[in-house]
Ligand binder design. Sequence first.
Ligand SMILES: Cc1ncc(C[n+]2csc(CCOP(=O)(O)OP(=O)(O)O)c2C)c(N)n1
Ligand SMILES: [Mg+2]
Length: 820
Amino acid sequence: MHRLPIMVKFGPFHKTSKVLNFEGLETVLTFEDFKASLLSDYRLAYLSRQCSLLGRKEVLTGKAKFGIFGDGKELPQLAWSKVFQNGDFRSGYYRDQTFMMAIGALNPESFFAGLYAHTDLDAEPMSAGRQMGGHFATHSLDQNGNWLNLMEQKNSSADLSPTGAQMPKLLGLAQASKIYRALPEITAPKFTEGGSEVAWGTIGNASTSEGLFFETINAAGVLQVPMVISVWDDTYGISVHAKHQTTKESISEILSGFQRSQNNPGFEIIQVKGWDYPALVGAYESASELARTKHIPVLIHVTELTQPQGHSTSGSHERYKNSDRLSWENEFDCLTQFKNWLIQKEYCTQQQLSHVEADCEQEVNTAQKSAWKAYLAPILEEQKNLLHVLTPLLTKTSNKAFVETSINTLKENKTPIRKDVLTTARKVLRQCHDLKPIDKSGLHDWIETYQARQFDNYSSFLYSVQSEQAKSSAVVPPVYADGTPQVDGRVILRDNFEALLSKYPEVLIFGEDAGVIGDVNQGLEGLQEKFGPLRVADTGIREASIIGQGIGMAMRGLRPIAEIQYLDYVLYGLQIMSDDIATLHYRTKGRQKAPLIVRTRGHRLEGIWHSGSPMGGIVNLLRGMFILVPRNMTQAAGFYNHLMLIDTPAMVVECLNGYRLKETLPENLGSFTTPFGEVETLKSGTDLTIVSYGSTLRLVLEAAQELSTVNINVEVIDIQSLIPFDLNQNIKKSVAKTNRLLVVDEDVPGGASAYILDAVINGQQAFEYLDSAPQTLTAKEHRPAYSTDGDYFSKPSVDDIFEKAYAIMNEANPAQYPAL
Ligand SMILES: Cc1ncc(C[n+]2csc(CCOP(=O)(O)OP(=O)(O)O)c2C)c(N)n1
Ligand SMILES: [Mg+2]
């Protein structure tokens, strides 16, 4: 679609006027061009509106499952799109279809493809049908997972449904510009040109009630990053009025304390009515200018917006809006107001606009039909193929009547979905249970092939290609010089981080107390002095947006290491890791990534909030990330080095009680690697396999020592890497030797121990080698109590491990191991 540059200033129009085009160059626009640009804006707004209207019908008539649209928010998005430049990023939510159309990333046909969940990425580039319609994205990666040149395109990070979840990454997307501007030694032509890229956020008025919003706003003010956040204010959050959402019912009013002043940096806060085209264009121009040139964050509160069709297809807004409100929404619909303004100013005639409207209606109808046909075509083909396989069975089976019904039901289905197809195949297989294997092998094969193909459609790309390759890549062991001294574990980490910061200019480490004092355990001691306050940085106490900084910067080519001070406080960042990072590669079918490393420390130390080990929750919520649990700092450093070579987001949990334990300092800092998904046997044995990880391993080894005094020879295995988990199945090999298994874990019962047991017993099929019931030894259900006695009575102890292992042996051979 041809769209013309914008006017710098609105006012009386002279024969020619100065304008700013998309590249920021001044050009001259004639009055005719200017009018044409207005008409083209009206056209796009109207086109987008028609998509919303027809979209709702498609859901209500059953062709699509759910619809949430951008009607009522068209005008501000047009104004925004005029100042959005190549290299810029959007982090928004489901109302932004007009903007996505304006930057050329969405058209009516792909809009409908998204509504129908078309699984072809060419037809549905946002997510290949994995996300609901209205969840937008552009591609940052090519089909092989390599970065595209983000400076040659307009970018949108992939949307999320949880309200406010677009905020944390927005901070990082904006901060990347600040880093690139301040550190020109980072060569990143695909991501920046002198840090002039703006990160643009959008959020609904009600969603500003979320903590993530306030946390991000405050952090952006502190960091002074080029972030422009637009609040689309339609007074409601589904049915809930602003009076229940926002103090004084106005987000810009309550945030007015953030307004910058002459001497005090802060936000620029702009309030503008969502139906006032010239005011909107002016607001976005000045926001862009401030953010782009001066890195000043801006909040644009766009008020008086409407929802012509209510919130979504799930309900009707007549239930909660009174007739006054509904008639006001009618009158102040931004499209209506824009049209009135165009006519009143004599920029367009009624006739011109009617013509455009008729055109758009036709275009949208045609696009819908074509998208539906394209969505359905492969499934109709699959249906046809299956019917070919099924029909011959009729002459063979004794259940002909049932099979015939199944076949006819499928045949008569003119709009099948894949579930209809596969479920018929599986049902007929059951109905043909009387047939010999040879007679139904065709159907068997068809089902197998079909299911395998659907893996690509619905389950692929949870992890990147690189991360798959890394699982089998060669490991670089640590090298030790003769007579190398033993040092505190934290020194190994510190010196290794120093090596990484020197080797990779794009590495940044930040977190609470990470800067000046070099983290609470001195693993970054002296590194801020050496590498500067941007590369080794203190942050506010705000875990979710620390993660967000990491996500956004990783999406723009940097290699952030975000530090969460303690494992117990990962919970504050867990939601956004789970919703955003862990799903990003999957939800874009491999077209976006955020190779963020989350560094934290935990396991047993002291008290309820400094010795938690909620690893079960973490492994369950963070599928899509690597979860690494090194037992010492050399293993941890090796993981950091290894992660730098791949693009998978990961969390590394250092042992909180291991920083002062002595380890030998390797020579090849920054380059030795700890393998992913590989266990390490710390002690070999023949009677019982004990698997564990992290801090608990030391207790296991101590117990193993004592067990040997009563002739129990246990094999001790360090899992090291919970995700990926023991790819070579070495635990199973150990169990094949010992025939007994004990999982020792300091998480709650049914936490990480259940994950481990499932992986070994079901995943590795180790049950066939077991002579004793597989056992787990875990912490108590409650959080660990304070002090040494609290630890002893809350977490597994050497005594507990000894007794549990002994009991297993006693049960197996009471004569040799009489009850204690
Ligand atoms: C964390 C979370 N809570 C609840 C919801 C359900 N939900 C979806 S949209 C919405 C209202 C959002 O209103 P607002 O932010 O004003 O945006 P609008 O839809 O009005 O544009 C709610 C409650 C959600 N998606 N995520
Ligand atoms: Mg709202």
